[in-house]
Design a protein around this ligand. Structure first.
Ligand SMILES: [Ca+2]
Length: 354
């Protein structure tokens, strides 16, 4: 009689169980909804104002909310500038959602006005009234306090945080103690309420010498926070490295031609204020991290995930990925064919008439 507990058979069974577990986890990350009819519950954490891709990413989020595919629980800023917050309030107001809570980082990175948030927020209509009005005296909340409130109110394991700026807010959240908002510490709240972080962060394509020593901006602007996030954040994180979005471009002419209404559209004005001219194309780093979570339907096949592993941030801000079956991190990979399809999705979603 054949021994059913033979060593090769046990090893084979163990391998099969491991592979199934890996597949289940990867699938869980590829589609972060509990059911296909349910919108993705998102917190958008952004350095709005430093580059134009954050504005395009927020436009995609609003268009996906229109389609019932996404619910924006709140928006938190890591650009430490008051106009970044006022601009986001005005942006959400133009898209008909003035009540989305907004939090601003305290004493964070990049406090300057940048090229578009203040300029666009202060634009006037022909009659001299604000083009993008917000309520008089409105002020944002503290971003970490807002994160604690949003997570405390959320169902377990339900929230996706799309982080497309610095890691300041999430790193600070980890260090918060229990308080009147929740008895849980920040780390406990993250572990209990967050399902996934989708982050535009780092550079991982080492076969391409353009990226071997690339100091990616979101990491470089707050290196200690980036290191803390990669070492201590308790949930899976999917990283979109610099190399993914840099080669997928949207063309300004699409935005110029398709954002026709209202006359002063906030995305159109921001793109022009940032880029200066319509002919210049825009890399789509932040859009990739949004698309990954709002277009999860099987068969779309926009992204391929790396194996499971661990991302490490060196003191000089360069990053690397080490495969590790016990890790919590994944990186995007895309083929040339996937890049073409992603670009097509961005053009459609960004330029949707609104
Ligand atoms: Ca950004």
């Amino acid at each position: 009689m054949k021994n059913i507990f033979s060593l090769p058979r046990i090893l084979f069974t163990l391998c099969a169980v491991c592979m199934l577990t890996v597949c289940a986890q990867a699938k869980d990350l590829l589609d972060v909804r509990n059911s296909p009819s349910e919108p993705v519950k998102m917190i958008f954490d952004t350095d709005m104002g430093n580059d134009a891709d954050d504005a395009l990413a927020l436009a995609i989020i609003h268009n996906m909310i229109d389609r019932g595919k996404c619910e924006l629980l709140g928006l938190t800023l890591t650009k430490s500038n008051p106009y970044a917050a006022k601009y986001c309030k005005a942006f959400n107001t133009q898209y008909g959602r003035p009540d989305i809570p907004i939090g601003l980082v305290k004493d964070g990175a990049t406090p300057g006005d940048g090229r578009y948030v203040r300029k666009v927020f202060e634009m006037k209509k022909a009659d001299g009234t604000p083009a993008f009005p917000i309520p008089e005296g409105w002020e944002p909340e503290d971003s970490v306090v807002l994160l604690r409130k949003l997570l405390a109110a959320a169902e377990d394991h339900s929230v996706v945080i799309v982080q497309v700026g610095f890691s300041t807010n999430l790193a600070r959240l980890l260090d918060t103690p229990g308080d009147e908002i929740s008895p849980l510490t920040g780390k406990e709240l993250a572990a209990k309420k967050v399902r996934l972080v989708s982050a535009m962060f780092g550079a991982f394509l080492f076969e391409d010498e353009r990226f071997i020593k690339h100091k990616e901006y979101n990491v470089l602007m707050d290196i200690p926070a980036a290191q803390k996030l990669t070492r201590e954040w308790p949930t899976p994180i999917v990283f979109s490295g610099f190399e993914v979005g840099v080669d997928i471009k949207v063309r300004g002419c699409t935005i110029l031609n398709d954002y026709l209404m209202p006359e002063q559209n906030i995305v159109k004005e921001s793109y022009l204020a940032y880029r200066g001219e319509w002919e210049l194309a825009q890399a789509t780093w932040d859009l990739t991290s949004v698309l990954f979570v709002v277009r999860p339907e099987e068969g779309r096949d926009y992204f391929t995930l790396s194996e499971m592993g661990t991302v490490t941030v060196r003191d000089d801000s360069t990053t690397y990925f080490t495969p590790d079956p016990n890790g919590k991190h994944f990186c995007f990979k895309t083929t040339k064919m996937q890049d073409v399809r992603i670009e097509e999705a961005f053009v459609n979603l960004c330029s949707e008439k609104h």
